[in-house]
Structure formats: structure tokens, C-alpha cells
Design a protein around this ligand. Structure first.
Ligand SMILES: Cc1ncc(COP(=O)(O)O)c(C=O)c1O
Length: 405
């Protein structure tokens, strides 16, 4: 048993997932790092106190609970390795990670280019808090590619990406957007929650800052709220400074759970991917379904980009139904036995949710005659999930069914 420093570990993602952050030699041989709960950290001498104050923003020391404990550092080290980043920072939610990253690189008078298919609450953050702080946001079409250059202004400081898009799953040409932004001196920030660092590594495609809601696949068990940001050292110091000025600190218990989630991420994702695709293909063949929104399907408009840049697909995707009576849809959804209805995703269980993307688009239009549903393929037996959906469609049809648009 050796405790190798994380940099000395072999590079394969599965090996990093299995071993990074563990230091059994420092912990009585216990495999997992313990949960260190702390506010006060004691210093033996004035010299040590002085040293800690000088290095408080440098990640290397534990100085106060809000700066993180060794449990936080174990989680952050692991994510940084997976992303190919110098360093990562744990934050109390995915939205906190996004907000801290935006605040770190924007100030009054700056302009932000935000993808139109961004996770809804980020749109609210831009329209309310950032506007109040004198930061202007323009929303752009995810299909923009290198034409993003034409949207940039001298004061554009951040270009923000998310792919595939929230609720509607449009892909983005990430390298093209990142290169155009870099050429104009803007920082790119990408929400990579859907793919996780296993299926897409934004920093290797030219993005400057990657965030993930660890609440989803990284945690994987629907029992924690956390976000994580990864970047090079200089940018991460900037984000960490902003986050700490706002008082954000991820809880040690959640860091422990998120690190435990990482240990099985790879095997869980394989299953989410397989079941998600099985459901998507089955749904494609259903007469009630107008369109399946899943970039790993060859028919999807984003398929070429997904295939070029991503190493896999996770279990979250959408469908557009043909028009139907609201009561028929309610009867379908209310009666689901395995698919739960609720926010969030990325846990072990399957979910289904009616969504309204139309209300949160401004640079693009979401025009469908029928309702849109978001599905999360969990780890259940796919046959049982298909049977649950099949019974759901039977209820929809008993309530009048769909009309051809
Ligand atoms: C794509 C995406 N990013 C970020 C978030 C925010 O994460 P959290 O709920 O941990 O704040 C979510 C939550 O649903 C999400 O779907």
C-alpha cells in the first residue's frame, strides 16, 4: 500500500476515480479519507499562523473551515485530475459554482455572452443580479459556432457555454466558440454537468473554466447539493477569492459523499448511457412521439458535434409529444410507477418531468405543437422502464391520445 501523491498516479480516468484523494497511510489504513468537520483550525506557533495567513488563497493549507478541510481537498484533487486542470474548487451547489465563476470575471460595464439554452436559473441571475450590478448579458443561439465573433463587443469579458443545452439538448461547437472568444481576450466558462469530465473535457477543447453541478452524476444518489469549478491556477485563485468573499463553503459531509460518488461514476455512466439510448430508441418508434432530443441519436441535429467531441452520452434527454389534451398527459404522468417526477437528475433513479422551454428562450424559439418532457434514465432494468412508459402511453391514449400536428 503506498500513498502516492495524486500527480504520480497513472493517468487513466478510471484509475484516478478509484484512487485519487485517498491517503490510507495518513488515516490508520482506512481506505476513504475521513470527514473532517471544522471551523477552527489551531496553529502551534505565531510563525505557523503568519505562514497560513500568507498562503490562505493558495490551496495548500487548511486554515479555517470556510477554506475547506482535508475532505474538501481530497474531492477537489480528484476532480482537477479528471478535468486536466491545475486545481478545482468545491462549492455548495452547481448554481453557486456558476455564480462565483461569473462574478470572478465580470464587473460593472462588462458584457456577457450567454448561451440561450442555459440552465434556467442562470438566465434569472443574468437578468436580475448581474443587471443590477451593471453587467449586460446578450443571449446567443447555441448553433452560433465561430460566428460568436460577430457578437463580441470590446467589453465582452465572458462567453458562457452549456452543451447539450438544458431541457432541449442542442449541441455547441465548443472548440470554435472557445477559440473565437480567446482570440478576443474573453474568458470562456462551460457548464459540463451533462457529460461529466468522463465524457467531455472542456479544458482540452479550449475552454478556460469548467463547472459541474456535482449534485447530479458526480454525487449520483440524489442526496447532496454541490458544485465544482476547475481551471488553471490563476483563474481558479480568482474564482476562489470571489467565492470566499461571498462566504461560500461546501460542507465536508457533502464533499465526502461527492468523492464517494466519483468512485463509481464510470460504471454508473455506462449504464445510464445504455439505458438512456435504449429508451430513446424505443420512444423514437412510438406513434405518440414527435421528436426525441438526444445528441447520440444519428437523427439529432447535434449528432455530428457530439460524435466529434464527446466520448459518451449520459442518461438525460428529452421528447416532444404530438399535441394532446393536458388531462391525458397528466393521467400519463401521475400514474408512472418507476419514473419519479421531480427536479434535478443524475441520481440512480429514473425521472420524468414536463418542461416549458419556450418561456426561457430569447435568442432562439422553441416552437412545438405538443408538450416537451425531460427524462432521466436511471439504473433500473430497462425492460421495466419501457413497460412503465408503455402503460403511461396507454393512459394517454385512453384520455383521448395525440392528434397529428
Ligand atoms: C445543467 C445544470 N447546471 C447547473 C445546475 C445547478 O445545480 P444545483 O442544483 O446543484 O445548483 C443544474 C440543476 O438542475 C443543471 O441542470
Amino acid at each position: 500500500m503506498s500513498d502516492r501523491p495524486p500527480d504520480a498516479l497513472p493517468a487513466g480516468d478510471d484509475t484516478v476515480l478509484t484512487h485519487a484523494g485517498n491517503r490510507p497511510r495518513d488515516n490508520f489504513g482506512v481506505v476513504n479519507p475521513p470527514v473532517y468537520h471544522a471551523s477552527t483550525i489551531l496553529f502551534p506557533t505565531v510563525e505557523a499562523l503568519r505562514e497560513a495567513q500568507a498562503s490562505a488563497s493558495r490551496f495548500s493549507m487548511v486554515t479555517y473551515g470556510r477554506q475547506g478541510t482535508p475532505t474538501t481537498i481530497a474531492f477537489e484533487e480528484t476532480v482537477a485530475r479528471l478535468e486536466g486542470a491545475d486545481r478545482a474548487l468545491a462549492l455548495p451547489s452547481g448554481l453557486a459554482a456558476i455564480a462565483a465563476s461569473l462574478m470572478a470575471f465580470l464587473k460593472t460595464g462588462d458584457h456577457l455572452l450567454m448561451v440561450d439554452t442555459v440552465y434556467g436559473p442562470v438566465r434569472t441571475l443574468c437578468k436580475r443580479l448581474l443587471t443590477d450590478f451593471g453587467i449586460a448579458t446578450s443571449f446567443y443561439d447555441p448553433a452560433v459556432g465561430d460566428r460568436i465573433e460577430g457578437l463580441m463587443r470590446p467589453e465582452t469579458k465572458v462567453v458562457y457555454l452549456e452543451a447539450p443545452g438544458s431541457l432541449t439538448f442542442e449541441m455547441q461547437d465548443v472548440p470554435a466558440v472557445a477559440a473565437a472568444a480567446r482570440a478576443r481576450g474573453a474568458t470562456t466558462i462551460m457548464d459540463n454537468t451533462w457529460a461529466t469530465p468522463l465524457f467531455f473535457k472542456p479544458l482540452k477543447h479550449g475552454v478556460d473554466v469548467v463547472i459541474e453541478a456535482a449534485t447530479k452524476y458526480i454525487g449520483g444518489h440524489s442526496d447532496l447539493m454541490m458544485g465544482v469549478v476547475a481551471a488553471d491556477h490563476e483563474r481558479l485563485i480568482r474564482i476562489k477569492t470571489a467565492a470566499h468573499m461571498m462566504g461560500h463553503a461546501a460542507a465536508p459531509d457533502d464533499c465526502y459523499l461527492a468523492l464517494r460518488g466519483l468512485r463509481t461514476l464510470s460504471v454508473r455512466l455506462e449504464r445510464h448511457q445504455r439505458t438512456g439510448l435504449a429508451l430513446a430508441r424505443w420512444l423514437q418508434a412510438r406513434p405518440e412521439v414527435e421528436r426525441v432530443l438526444h445528441p447520440a441519436l444519428p437523427q439529432d441535429p447535434g449528432h455530428r458535434l457530439w460524435q466529434r467531441d464527446f466520448a459518451g452520452a449520459t442518461g438525460l434527454f428529452g421528447i416532444v409529444l404530438k399535441p394532446c389534451a393536458p388531462a391525458a398527459l397528466e393521467s400519463m404522468l401521475d400514474g408512472m410507477e418507476l419514473f419519479g417526477m421531480g427536479y434535478s437528475w443524475g441520481g440512480y433513479e429514473s425521472l420524468i418531468l414536463p418542461v416549458d422551454p419556450k418561456a426561457i428562450r430569447s435568442a432562439t424559439r422553441w416552437e412545438t405543437a405538443g408538450p416537451t418532457l425531460r427524462l432521466h434514465a436511471g439504473l433500473e432494468d430497462p425492460k421495466d422502464l419501457i413497460a412503465d412508459l408503455d402503460r403511461g402511453f396507454a393512459r394517454l391514449n385512453a384520455g383521448g391520445g395525440v392528434q397529428e400536428p
